[in-house]
Design a protein around this ligand. Structure first.
Ligand code: OGA
Ligand code: NI
Length: 333
């Protein structure tokens, strides 16, 4: 098909990397990361019976960072381990086996195995390959994009999707209460039980020049929230007050990103986090974000209970599909 996978490029790149992967000095991680800092993305214990305390912690983190990690989240560690095991196994298959799931170039859908996501400024490339497919609700799933190999891929992904509902509900409830809304109102504004869970696997091969390249350039997620599990190779960075900070790897934690849709519904009280991913010289990094999204035809805008004459809406209401189209094609909002 002629698309070059970064995994293949990495096999030939022992000391240097092709020029199109070299970032400008404004982006190079070695030049733009705050070193040895004490500032850290908050870690929140979701099993704390003091719900008000959890709400306060989530409000703080979502307003100041737009990102936090959660521990004791209720998803069995074994379920997460099995999700990671089969995703890694897929990327370790021979190229022709992976290409069977390749996204077709003209396709409108984001699903499938692929290499390039955003159109990037100055034609720069990200050091990553990925696989996208929906995991919820069942009516939205296209199994043609789910690897048949390894054989337990489907079972393990279905199990993870099933266990996600508890965390998703808890997070939306806290985000909702934190705005002074009823517990269910934030979730309802995102489509309630019709919300879509879109899984992405990012596969960042080892890279001889992690100081010059990026796995994913700076962006905010379009989703409502994103729930990410990484492997044990640190690489995620969050931007706060114009500075880049490493997000610590905590075994068994989930990393929650506030996405653009929650920022919009909250009328700007919660911030969608600007983040990016570095790559590693010795190790392959892999991450499994799930983008929790409104259904594509749902109109999303600032919650009516949060706007009035003193607090006018800061965002236009838009169908989610329209929002994504505008952002990916960079047309003015
Ligand atoms: C993404 C993303 C970060 C990571 O895929 O949207 O931000 O840690 N990934 O892989
Ligand atoms: Ni992201």
């Amino acid at each position: 098909m002629g698309v070059e996978r970064v995994q293949e490029i990495a096999n030939f790149s022992k000391e240097t990397i092709p020029e199109e992967f070299i970032r400008t000095t404004y982006e190079q991680p070695a030049l733009t990361t705050v070193q040895g800092t004490v500032l850290e993305v908050p870690v929140i214990d979701l099993s704390d019976p003091d719900e008000e305390k959890v709400v306060r912690a989530i409000v703080d983190a979502s307003s100041n960072w737009g990102m936090f990690q959660v521990v004791n989240h209720g998803i069995p560690h074994e379920t997460v381990r099995k999700l990671k095991e089969v995703g890694k196994a897929f990327f370790e298959l021979q190229p022709h086996e992976k290409e069977a799931y390749a996204k077709s170039p003209g396709s409108q859908s984001i699903e499938g195995y692929g290499t390039k996501l955003q159109r990037e400024v100055e034609g720069k490339k990200a050091w990553v390959d990925h696989l996208f497919h929906k995991i919820w609700p069942p009516s939205e799933i296209n199994y043609q994009f789910w690897p048949k190999n390894p054989p337990s891929y489907r079972k393990n992904n279905e199990e993870y999707a099933k266990h996600m509902h508890g965390v998703v509900d808890k997070l939306f409830r806290c985000l909702s209460l934190g705005l002074g809304l009823e517990g269910n109102e934030m979730k309802e504004a995102m489509g309630g039980d019709n919300m879509v869970y879109l899984l992405k696997i990012n596969y960042y091969p080892q890279c001889p020049r992690p100081d010059l390249a990026l796995g994913v350039p700076a962006h905010t997620d379009m989703s409502a929230i994103t729930i990410l599990v990484p492997n044990d190779v640190q690489g995620l960075q969050a931007c706060k007050d114009d500075h880049w900070y490493d997000v610590e790897y905590i075994p068994n934690a989930l990393i929650v990103h506030i996405g653009d849709q929650v920022e919009i519904v909250s009328n700007g009280k919660y911030k969608s986090v600007l983040h990016r991913a570095k790559v590693n010289k010795e190790k392959t990094r892999i991450s499994w974000p799930v983008f929790v999204e409104p259904p594509s035809d749902l109109e999303v805008g600032p919650h009516p209970k949060l706007v009035n004459e003193a607090n006018p809406p800061k965002f236009k209401s838009k169908k989610y599909s329209q929002y994504c189209f505008c952002k990916l094609n960079k047309t003015p909002k």
